[in-house]
Design a protein around this ligand. Sequence first.
Ligand code: SF4
Length: 278
Amino acid sequence: MAFDYQRYIRGGKLPHIWCPGCTYGTVFKSLLRAIDAQKLDRNDIAMVSGIGCASRLPGYVDFNTLHTAHGRALVFATGLKMAKPDKHVLVVSGDGDATAIGGNHFIHACRRNIDMTLLVFNNYTYGMTGGQYSPTTPYGLSASTMPYGNVDFAFDIPSLARGAGATFVARGTAYHVPALDRLIVAAMRHKGFSVVEIMNACPTAFGKRNKFKSPTDLLLWMKESFVPVEAFEKLPPEKTQGKLPMGILHSREGAPEFCEAYFAMVERLKEKEGTGKP
Ligand code: SF4
């Protein structure tokens, strides 16, 4: 039987704003299937976003949702999780929102290990605001603010997340859809801060400027360039050129979760106050 996406979509909010050929709709559907697979009650899900094309997603879903300020989604999500620790908190963000404007929040959320999932929609550009280069625009490629080629080196989001202490780090793409469904489920089931980088096609602001003639060219590039991590690790170094691993890249279970540690600290403080000790 066909999957019924409508039951998760907020009535009256469609059509969406995304361009023809954008893969955000593909990822949106993957996310809904991943949530459905876990049999979660929609009232137990909270979705938070900042600003950008990806950040419009919470407007379309019938969950508890917050559309916040540019780069600040993780801050709002942290407050929400501490007030309602029983909720499954999902944050959706673009590469600029998560790693430029919100870059400092990103690294500190990673080291805090609060139990929430961050999905970073990486399309190598600021799509909504006109194709400016972002921290993930590859070296040498073009952007509206780097028309002769980017001269900054790009962040590798999974490496950044792992280096900052995230206990679950994964990468998927909008081309490898069944694998993406599974990655989102695994990230949401992880106890702690999980980050999933999702490679996306932005034909409007990135593709046309970089000689991807059609959205299909971007999807074919994803197909060729992203290799399951188990196979990637067996490649000789010369065959890894131009390729990136995808899948679960890092997972560490059992690290103390922030809310639990925080509330335990509050209990210790209350006990101490009860003793009258300074
Ligand atoms: Fe998608 Fe790019 Fe259009 Fe934004 S600008 S909706 S990312 S294609």
